[in-house]
Write a protein that binds this ligand. Structure first.
Ligand SMILES: CC(C)(COP(=O)(O)OP(=O)(O)OC[C@H]1O[C@@H](n2cnc3c(N)ncnc32)[C@H](O)[C@@H]1OP(=O)(O)O)[C@@H](O)C(=O)NCCC(=O)NCCS
Length: 217
């Protein structure tokens, strides 16, 4: 059985914990949530019934020899994504100690390839020949079309739709109910607003809104 520690503690990390618990209770997934690693002491000793085990920067040292313990990194904030990636790298946790969690109600094509640390929540669909890097988060009802290639540390909010054959870089945020057209290239660290429709290639470091999506001025 794999034991899981979630690094993070507010918002999405709690959603992830609840979905893992649901997978354990309703689908007999062979996992156990040990608790959270989180630095904000105002949260006290537990979050939503799970203990805060350790500070984020100490957690690997404490658990590195417990080979059945795996980590999820979910200290996510779209506006400081580069800092959060640097923070994650500073922990020195080997990639293979980050679990890919796929909720049993998600559909991930057999031909899709995943790196490490990807979180795929209920009702997500990942279609054939998709290639995912590491640390991507797919909230419920997100869809990734066939043959799309995605790098690392992207975050898809609920109901965000990525078409087929896209090339997506790193650290992008896709807002609730956004759509991105087939064959488009989206580079790095962009924020795609809620309900935006991306129909053309996107360079890096932009905030896009509307239909068709344009940079927020
Ligand atoms: C695009 C976004 C990042 C902009 O945030 P922001 O920089 O704080 O922008 P503001 O809220 O100050 O809005 C700036 C302007 O853009 C408009 N706007 C903001 N988001 C918009 C959107 N998604 N679509 C269309 N217009 C939008 C606002 O109405 C405002 O217009 P105004 O200047 O004419 O009044 C944000 O609105 C957004 O869509 N975030 C995604 C939310 C989401 O999906 N959350 C999921 C969490 S899991």
């Amino acid at each position: 059985m794999k034991k899981i520690i979630i690094i993070g503690g507010k918002g999405t990390p709690v959603v992830i914990a609840e979905q893992i618990q649901n997978a354990i209770d309703k689908f007999q997934m062979d996992l156990e949530i040990l608790g959270f690693a989180f630095d904000d002491e105002s949260f006290g000793k537990e979050i939503n019934g799970y203990p805060i085990l350790e500070k984020t920067y100490n957690v690997y040292e404490k658990y590195k020899d417990h080979k059945d313990v795996y980590f999820i990194f979910s200290l996510y904030r779209s506006d400081v994504i580069k800092e959060r990636i640097a923070l994650r790298n500073s922990y020195g946790i080997p990639l293979d100690r980050y679990i890919n969690f796929i909720h049993p109600l998600a559909t991930v094509a057999q031909s899709a390839k995943l790196g490490y640390g990807n979180i795929i929540l209920a009702n997500v669909v990942i279609n054939p020949n998709v290639i995912l890097g590491n640390f991507n988060t797919f909230n419920s009802n997100a869809l990734v079309g066939h043959d799309t290639i995605m790098g690392n540390s992207n975050f898809l909010a609920g109901h965000s739709i990525i078409g087929s054959n896209l090339k997506i870089g790193n650290g992008n945020f896709f807002g609730l109910n956004s759509s991105s057209k087939n064959f488009v290239e989206i580079k790095d660290y962009n924020i795609i607003g809620m309900a935006a429709n991306v129909v053309k290639d996107v360079e890096s470091n932009q905030i896009l809104i509307g239909n068709p999506a344009k940079p927020l001025k």
